[in-house]
Design a protein around this ligand. Structure first.
Ligand code: 13P
Ligand code: SF4
Length: 319
């Protein structure tokens, strides 16, 4: 493989030549995050990634993240070319919610408003009334609850349970979970907090209830980075993918960040605090797809026409 700096220069040149823009998530490799920023792209949470890709004039979007992020970008901009470094980069929530089983679940509960998390396939979104991301799910469900709506929620049981508790909404939950966040442990976190009594606890809501219950701030990746920057504390325990630490350290220099405890450690547990699918994005495969035009995202036109409705509903609500 080429040296890192040479690869980065090649990617910058290819982005320019192809008039492409790089849209990255906070969990991907730090080099990719930096490249996205340096080249006028964006690094952000999944809500902002969707909005940025839709609004940017570039006709080629390169999405460094996981498949549902590429699909959402393509659904919002069907005429743009959407590339991803590795098309096998999926998500355990997406895998755990097959479209046919989900359709049967919806059919069995026709009286409920269907709200799905962004981390799902386009075919699942095509069955939904609303799509939400972690940054706005609470507000949207509170809004639906105020209208007296009963909700069918999928797929993340922890995020769904958290929203249910906060809003008091009637929610029927699909039982999916994220294999990374599911590893964070409540009892071990309590013990760690005793060793760091002044630390503030930042938690992504895909984490189990016992972990969320100890949080000072629960939020999307963007919201957690903002909290690290603004909260008056110099130590934080962070329960989310450790890819986020790159940006957190930049946003809050001088502050100390500690990984929340998981059952295993990085030597024994492949998905502990780092998403194996986000990790499939690298400089080499990014350069290769830009060069070759391979790994284009395609979404069936009929599915896309249906799925766009629930995504637009969220973006209109967020606007
Ligand atoms: P955010 O929308 O908070 O970035 O979360 C996406 C995700 O996949 C978290 O695991
Ligand atoms: Fe999916 Fe979890 Fe990876 Fe996020 S961290 S993409 S929810 S598997």
């Amino acid at each position: 493989p080429e040296q890192k700096t040479a690869l980065k220069e090649r990617i910058k040149r290819l982005l320019k030549e192809q008039q492409a823009v790089l849209v990255a998530h906070y969990y991907v490799d730090a080099d990719l995050q930096d490249l996205a920023e340096e080249t006028g792209g964006c690094v952000s949470d999944s809500l902002e990634m969707a909005r940025f890709g839709r609004d940017h004039p570039a006709q080629t979007l390169v999405v460094a993240g996981v498949k549902f992020m590429g699909e959402t970008s393509k659904i919002l901009s069907p005429h743009k070319r959407v590339l991803m470094p590795d098309l096998d980069a999926t998500c355990s929530l997406d895998l755990g919610c097959p479209a046919d089983e989900f359709a049967a679940f919806c059919d069995a509960h026709p009286d409920r408003t269907v709200v799905v998390y962004a981390n799902t396939s386009a075919a699942v979104k095509a069955r939904a009334d609303w799509m939400v991301t972690s940054s706005i799910g609470l507000d949207i469900v509170a809004h639906l609850h105020a209208q007296g709506k009963k909700i069918l929620w999928a797929p993340d049981k922890h995020l769904g349970g958290y929203i249910q508790k906060k809003t008091g909404a009637d929610m029927l939950l699909w039982q999916g979970s994220c294999l990374v966040h599911d590893e964070f442990k409540g009892i071990e976190l309590e013990l760690l907090r005793r060793q760091h009594p002044r630390a503030k606890i930042l938690v992504h809501p895909e984490s189990p209830e016992a972990v969320v219950a100890q949080a000072d701030v629960v939020g999307s990746t963007t919201q957690l980075i903002a909290a690290a920057q603004t909260l008056d504390a110099d130590e934080f325990i962070v329960a989310t993918d450790n890819g986020i630490l790159h940006k957190m350290k930049m946003a809050a220099p001088g502050k100390r960040f500690i990984d929340a405890p998981t059952a295993g450690n990085s030597a024994t547990c492949k998905s502990c605090a780092h998403c194996p699918w986000m990790a499939m994005n690298g400089l080499q495969n990014l350069a290769d797809v830009l060069e070759s035009g391979r790994n284009q995202i395609h979404v069936d036109a009929d599915i896309s026409r249906k799925a766009v409705l629930c995504i637009d509903r969220m973006l209109d609500f967020a606007a």
